[in-house]
Design a protein around this ligand. Structure first.
Ligand SMILES: [Cu+2]
Length: 118
C-alpha cells in the first residue's frame, strides 16, 4: 500500500517535471498581411530564444514592406499580391515596433513584437 503511494507520487513528479520542460524555443510561424494602410496582426508574442518565421503578404492595392529594425529585418517594398518569408531568432526580451517604411505609412501601419523572458 505504501509503495503504491510512493509510485503515485513519483509518477506525479515526473509529469510535473516534463510539463515544465516544454520546449519554449519551438518555431512560431506568424502570417501577417499588409493592407491599405494597416497590418492585420498588430501584436506578436514570443519567448526569448524562439525562432519566429514571418510570412508577410501584401494584400493591399498599394506597395508595402515590413521593417523590424532591432533584428535588422527590412523586406523589399512588395507589390500588391507579393509575399516574403523570413525567420529570425528572438534573442532579446522586450517590446519592439515593426512598421511599413513606405513614406506616409508608418503612422497607421505598425505593430508590436513582445518577447517575454524566461
Ligand atoms: Cu505600407
Amino acid at each position: 500500500m505504501k509503495y503504491k503511494r510512493i509510485l503515485y507520487l513519483l509518477c506525479l513528479s515526473l509529469l510535473l517535471i516534463s510539463g515544465c520542460q516544454a520546449l519554449p524555443d519551438a518555431t512560431q510561424t506568424v502570417e501577417i498581411a499588409g493592407e491599405d494602410i494597416f497590418f492585420d496582426v498588430i501584436d506578436i508574442e514570443a519567448v526569448v530564444g524562439q525562432d519566429i518565421t514571418i510570412v508577410y503578404t501584401n494584400k493591399g492595392q498599394l506597395q508595402h514592406n515590413f521593417v523590424l529594425e532591432v533584428f535588422d529585418i527590412e523586406t523589399n517594398v512588395l507589390a500588391p499580391g507579393a509575399q516574403d518569408t523570413f525567420t529570425f531568432n528572438a534573442t532579446t526580451p522586450g517590446e519592439f515596433v515593426y512598421y511599413c517604411s513606405v513614406p506616409g505609412h508608418e503612422t497607421l501601419m505598425h505593430g508590436k513584437l513582445i518577447i517575454n523572458g524566461n
